[in-house]
Ligand binder design. Structure first.
Ligand code: F6P
Length: 343
């Protein structure tokens, strides 16, 4: 088979591990070829990319980022984008396209399949872990490890200074990273987009803890966390050229409000893109490798319009339409366990 592969959306540790697995499986086991498109869907529209081979991808398993580059673009953004994409697929002789991306990229893949442009198989990527139909997206485990390490480090300095440390982690619509890292790092409180918070109750909880003689606290805030309407002012996010909200700043707002209301000295740490950089954890390397192999197998089974997924620890496929229908939010069971340890 002649496969195409692209990486779209925000980058994430493990992208190269998936590309490597796709190339290895297709070339070594099926005797086919793989063409890598540059910069997500932009490379399909512009017909830009390169032939991939096993040798050329040596050493990429642990390397962060993506050797193909990425973007948030889609062929539907411009009038002639779709026609150009069709032409590229024809010119390059692509039988199936492996699309590695998050919710936006995979929704586009579903549309591309429905519009008959090319047969696709998706691979769920995002540190946010918010793609439906799969227990895990790759990159999440690495992001949680990075955020947990940061929280561990913040504990000691918080204790030295008797400070409240407010840590902002990624998670634009869901709080998976915040909940996992918060639980792993022993956070005093965790604020997530799924449950708008009441700053008054946040301050009460911190004061209770203070009055009990524990003067240092860690508050983990997902970047998409929102106060209950009318309880606190926050800045409106700006919008990027692809209509994506650019978040960030909620930790600052929370820390200022905590300091103003309680008088407790507060500091802010925004982990930002550090969570997306560097080498993937062993778990993510294995997940990426299994996803890549699974995606090639799905293509050879002509199981198109699907996404590889992990459920009950095993790799399976789910329809892309189902996986992208709604975001996967934090399960109430995990949230309830996390809350048991709140101040
Ligand atoms: O979608 C993944 C994510 O990491 C979000 O949590 C975050 O809001 C976003 O990417 C930021 O992406 P960028 O700065 O690359 O636009």
């Amino acid at each position: 088979m002649r496969l195409g592969v692209l990486t779209g959306g925000g980058d994430c540790p493990g992208l190269n591990a998936v590309i490597r697995a796709v190339v290895r499986k297709e070339i070594r086991d099926f005797g086919g070829t793989v063409f890598g498109f540059y910069n997500g869907w932009s490379g399909v529209v512009a017909n830009e990319g390169e032939e991939l081979d096993v040798l050329g991808l040596r050493g990429t398993l642990p390397r962060g980022g993506t050797v193909l580059g990425t973007s948030r673009d889609t062929p539907y953004r411009t009038e002639d984008g779709l026609e150009l994409a069709k032409q590229t697929i024809k010119d390059r002789g692509i039988d199936a396209l492996i699309v590695i991306g998050g919710e936006g990229t995979l929704s586009c893949a579903n549309r591309i399949q429905e519009d008959g442009v090319v047969n696709v198989v998706g691979v769920p990527k995002t540190i946010d872990n918010d793609v439906g139909g799969t227990e895990r997206t790759f990159g999440f485990d690495t992001a949680v490890a990075i955020a947990t390490d940061a929280i561990d480090r913040l504990h000691t300095t918080a204790e030295s200074h008797n400070r409240v440390m407010v840590v902002e982690v990624m998670g634009r619509n869901v709080g998976h990273i915040a909940v996992w890292a918060g639980m792993a790092g022993g956070a005093t409180l965790t604020l997530i987009p799924e449950e708008p918070f009441d700053i008054k109750r946040v301050c009460e909880a911190l004061s209770r803890r203070h009055n009990a003689g524990k003067f240092a606290s860690i508050v983990v805030v997902a970047e998409g966390a929102q106060p209950l309407p009318g309880t606190m002012d926050i800045a409106e996010p700006t919008i990027d050229e692809f209509g994506h909200r650019r978040l960030g700043g909620i930790a600052d707002a929370v820390a200022q409000e905590v300091e103003r209301r309680t008088g407790f000295e507060s500091r802010v740490t925004v982990l930002g893109h550090v969570q997306r950089g560097g080498t993937p954890t062993p778990f993510d390397r294995v997940l990426c490798t299994r996803f890549g192999v699974g995606a090639v197998e799905a293509a050879h089974e002509r199981n198109f319009g699907t996404m590889v997924a992990m459920n009950n620890g095993m790799i399976n496929t789910v329809p892309l339409a189902e996986a992208t229908a709604e975001l996967k939010t934090v399960h109430p069971q995990i949230w309830s366990a996390a809350k048991t340890f709140f101040a």
